[in-house]
Design a protein. Structure first.
Ligand code: NDP
Ligand code: HSE
Length: 449
């Protein structure tokens, strides 16, 4: 038995993830000590309610509600409380008292990451956060370390388990959004307030974290364009399926080159979250259930794909404990912290600068000249048509014979070539106001083809 140096580990939070971290730390302590080169003594676990039921049996004597006292003298502080406060203040307190910090708190990192990393730099400590994006999937370390010698061009990821679970069941079973959301909540995938998932906030936080690492730039949450999945319905699912696509909520982080005078290199970055059409033969299309996957394209490495459980207590605990081992090794070795590289300092481009392909679904009057009018508006807007498909929704003969409502209705689904988002959005506005379009049914970006 090696007589390792002993490190004091304080755990803040014993919910879905924290309770599993504590249980594994206690169960595999000897093995972890061999890997870390230090004995990891769990000295206390902070909770709100000492008597709340826990997912695992934890020694009652370790539970406390006094976070400040527990942090004093700790070598490693694991923050798994979630939310902004008191997590932010407690992490700053931990860093300032010389502890290294491990956290899975994407909400905090996406909004106050720069402050925490600066504080860590000041005192030569480190903040580890593998669990903060895509749960159990190792993606933070690959971006921060393994790809540090490369130039990441693009990240396209399914980074929210709840929305992937919902969209997958809508696609495969024809289920309705509201019914599947209730199931996702019952299965524990969704956040306490599921709007964080379905409105894309959770994915946007993860996009800010991934883009910051990939582009060596501090990307604030406000720079991430965000759209959720609450408008996705079976009409959109059918149109996607018919055209050979599946709808996924994607986080896309991209290096843009060209017209960016503000950057000395002529480069900017884009970070965005939205439901998009993904070709059914793309690797991301086969990510089912609550799983996550992150597709990375780098200049030298080419295409890389990271796949696995994006949520779940015990799965996420794996990522947390990997960080604890790293933190312990660093704590023993001493020297400067791992630090964050943000020197590239690239500007974030507004969504209007982004270019992608689109699928536009329109309900129109079914009469002579309508398609020509639609095509003319697209042409004027510099949006080039790649495919067009028309289906008659209501034939002329079936219309009531009121004088103002004698024509039939048709649905036109237009696939575009690559277009600039601003041009596309202006064009869709003009289509809506054209008098021939009864309803813009949906506008979805196409990614990954
Ligand atoms: P939970 O809500 O399940 O657990 C939070 C824990 O923190 C509870 O034990 C709670 O105490 C404690 N806590 C919260 N606020 C306070 C406070 N003010 N004072 C003292 N204790 C407090 O969260 P999760 O375990 O799901 O998530 C933890 C973190 O990990 C979050 O940042 C989350 O975003 C992140 N994460 C979660 C994933 C998941 O799948 N769940 C995946 C990836 C990241 P009590 O039990 O007494 O209420
Ligand atoms: N609610 C989140 C999800 C948990 O569904 O992905 C993991 O961050």
């Amino acid at each position: 038995m090696i007589d390792y140096r002993r490190l004091r580990v304080a755990l803040l939070g014993a919910g879905s993830v924290g309770s599993q971290v504590a249980a594994l730390l206690l169960k595999h302590g000897d093995e972890l000590a061999d890997r870390a080169g230090a004995a990891l003594d769990l000295v206390g676990i902070v909770v709100r309610d000492l008597d709340a039921p826990r997912d695992t049996d934890l020694p009652r004597e370790l539970l406390t509600t006094d976070a400040e006292s527990l942090i004093v003298g700790a070598d490693i502080v694991i923050e798994l409380m979630g939310g902004i406060e008191p997590a932010r203040t407690l992490i700053l307190q931990a860093l300032n008292s010389g502890a290294d910090v491990v956290t899975g708190n994407k909400a905090l990192l996406a909004t106050h990451g720069a402050e925490l990393f600066d504080a860590a730099d000041q005192v030569g400590a480190s903040v580890y956060y593998e669990a903060a994006a895509a749960g159990a999937i190792p993606i933070i370390r690959p971006l921060r370390d393994s790809l540090a010698g490369d130039r990441v061009q693009r990240i396209m990821g399914i980074v929210n388990g709840t929305t992937n679970y919902i969209l997958d069941r809508m696609d495969r079973e024809g289920a309705e959004f509201a019914d599947v959301l209730a199931d996702a909540q019952a299965l524990g995938y969704a956040e306490a307030d599921p709007s964080g998932d379905v409105e894309g906030y959770d994915a946007a936080q993860k996009a800010a974290i991934l883009a910051s690492l990939a582009f060596h730039t501090s990307v604030p949450l406000e720079a991430v364009h965000r759209e959720g999945i609450t408008d996705v319905d079976q009409v959109m699912m059918d149109a996607a399926r018919h055209a050979g696509y599946v709808i996924k909520l994607l986080a896309v982080c991209e290096r843009l080159t060209g017209e960016f005078d503000v950057s000395p290199t002529g480069e900017a970055i884009s970070a965005r979250v939205y439901p998009a059409l993904v070709p059914r033969d793309h690797p991301l299309a086969s990510v089912h259930g609550a799983n996550n996957a992150v597709f990375v394209q780098a200049e030298a490495a080419g295409d890389l794909m990271f796949y696995g459980a994006g949520a779940g207590g015990v799965q996420t605990a794996s990522a947390v404990l990997g960080d604890v081992v790293s933190a312990a090794r660093r704590h023993i070795a001493g020297g400067v912290g791992v630090g964050e590289s943000t020197r590239a300092n690239l500007p974030a481009a507004p969504i209007g600068h982004v270019t992608t392909r689109y699928q536009i679904s329109l309900d129109v009057d079914d009469r002579p000249g309508v398609l020509a009018t639609v095509a003319g508006i697209l042409s004027e807007g510099r949006v080039s048509i790649a495919t067009v498909e028309q289906t008659v929704l209501v034939a002329d003969a079936a219309r009531p014979q009121a004088a103002d409502d004698r024509v039939g209705r048709a649905r036109i689904i237009i696939g575009t070539h690559t277009a600039r988002e601003q041009d596309l959005s202006d064009t869709v506005d003009r289509l809506g106001a054209s008098g021939v379009v009864r309803r813009v049914v949906s506008v979805l970006r196409v990614e990954g083809d």
